[in-house]
Design a protein around this ligand. Structure first.
Ligand code: ADE
Length: 245
């Protein structure tokens, strides 16, 4: 999969994209990440990428010409590639959106800065707008890195355990069950007996119930969309009864 990132600050990406899982995915050729400095596409003498807003008011607005030039040069006429603007006004990024994006062979990510980008970029260039949460960052760079990370780890061959992404929190609409490793007793705190029992059916049941309990306690909103079996519903009903008592 190929990512092309349009940014005024390519230097921000070097640390996060050169460590750990993304580093390995790049080395294995599973992802390629190209960083494009927007300033290189500004044509005036001062390489201007922003200007004051029509109508007055504070702040600066990113000019349309360099952004159009960058994206058109990057795509070279290729069609069907999502061109995504990172903005707090976009649709909310979720695990579901990550899975959707992972199905594309190629993505272009545009990192907004300042007060925003000229509206004509949204109207005539961009095909999608994504926000990573209801807060305002100083620019789209961190958001682009979040998307690259969440999408890359879903690609086949990136994680050691190919089943892991299906067990993740949010992958099936629930938060994940708790994890333990050695030692069996740490400062007097024991690992739950069932996990040491070797009874795989009992372990699977325990994990499912823990995931349900956790989601019910922390993110009950997720239960409305999760796919639940009749046993899951019974367990949740029992939790509700328990709480009433
Ligand atoms: N740019 C500024 N804030 C952002 C957010 N929350 N998500 C995506 N891009 C942004």
């Amino acid at each position: 999969m190929r990512f092309d990132v349009v940014t005024l600050f390519p230097g921000m990406f070097t640390g996060p994209l050169e460590e750990s899982i993304i580093k390995r995915a790049r080395e294995r050729g599973i992802v390629s990440i190209y960083l494009h400095n927007l300033r290189d596409y500004a044509t005036d003498r001062h390489r201007t990428t922003d200007d004051t807003p029509y109508g007055g008011g504070g702040g600066m607005v990113m000019k349309p010409e360099p952004i159009f030039a960058a994206v058109e040069s990057i795509l070279g006429g290729e069609e069907g590639v999502p061109v995504i603007l990172l903005t707090p006004q976009g649709r909310l990024f979720t695990q579901e959106v990550a899975m959707e994006l992972a199905r594309h062979p190629r993505l272009v990510l545009i990192c907004g800065r300042y007060e925003g980008v000229d509206e004509r970029v949204r109207e005539h260039l961009v095909t999608d707008e994504i926000s990573i949460g209801d807060y305002v960052l100083s620019g789209g760079e961190l958001a682009a890195m979040v998307i690259i990370d969440a999408v890359t780890r879903l690609l086949p061959g990136v994680l050691g355990d190919p089943g892991a992404v299906f067990e993740d929190s949010h992958a099936r609409g629930l938060l994940e069950y708790p994890h333990y490793t050695r030692p069996a007793v740490f400062r007097g705190w024991e690992v739950p007996e069932v996990l040491r029992s070797g009874d795989h059916a009992a372990i699977a049941r325990w994990r499912r119930e823990q995931a349900l309990r956790r989601t019910w306690e922390r993110r009950p909103d997720l239960l409305e969309k999760a796919q639940l079996t009749p046993e899951d519903r019974e367990f949740l009903a029992r939790l509700r009864e328990e709480k009433k008592r």
